[in-house]
Ligand binder design. Structure first.
Ligand SMILES: Cc1cc2nc3c(=O)[nH]c(=O)nc-3n(C[C@H](O)[C@H](O)[C@H](O)COP(=O)(O)O)c2cc1C
Length: 170
């Protein structure tokens, strides 16, 4: 039986209503735009570890993203693992402002990528592959360098941002 032919299409509202029960971390994908020399970036909740050897990571980007074409035109980019307390950074980079970095403190890495101050981890990458992901592009990236700091991560769950809370053992 061809299941695709008999199964009604999943509506976006239903997709969102289910997926909101699955918490994610919050990562800022950033680069120096070669055209302007200015930092650019966006927020993703789809960042994932992929492979230890070789070291690969993955995330998906909406085909409507205006920042991704700038990021992918750069030789390398950074993944900034946001910390609890960096909600304003998340809000700024998930928005559509002309200068998303106006109120964000950052440093330039050895790869020329922006590293956002106060994050719990920084991963510099190059694009290995871009795959068709429907209305998104699935990006597989090779890790060039990675470093972590102490602190708790920012978590996205049920449409809200917050911190991680460990539950008591039974
Ligand atoms: C918590 C959170 C997670 C998000 N995850 C993704 C994601 O995985 N992929 C994506 O393309 N956009 C994601 N977004 C939305 C983008 O950050 C947002 O659309 C951004 O404005 C795109 O900006 P741009 O047009 O400058 O690329 C997420 C936003 C938030 C707040």
């Amino acid at each position: 039986m061809n299941l695709a032919a008999v199964t009604p299409a999943i509506q976006p509202d239903q997709y969102r209503a289910v997926m909101r029960h699955f918490p994610t971390g919050v990562a800022a994908i950033c680069a120096t735009d070669p055209a302007s020399g200015r930092p650019c970036g966006l927020i993703v909740g789809t960042f994932q570890a992929l492979s230890l050897n070789p070291a690969l990571v993955t995330f998906s980007i909406a085909r409507t993203s205006t920042s991704w074409p700038k990021i992918r035109s750069s030789a390398s980019f950074s993944v900034n693992l946001l910390a609890d307390g960096q909600q304003p950074v998340c809000k700024a980079l998930a928005g559509k402002s002309e200068d998303k970095f106006a109120a964000i403190e950052w440093n330039q890495s050895a790869y020329g990528t922006p590293h956002i101050a106060g994050s719990v981890g920084w991963i510099d990458c190059t694009i290995q592959q871009e795959l068709d992901g429907g209305d998104h592009v699935l990006v597989i990236a090779r890790v060039l360098e990675m470093v972590a700091d102490d602190g708790d991560p920012l978590v996205f769950h049920g449409g809200r941002l917050g911190g991680f809370r460990e539950s008591a053992a039974a």
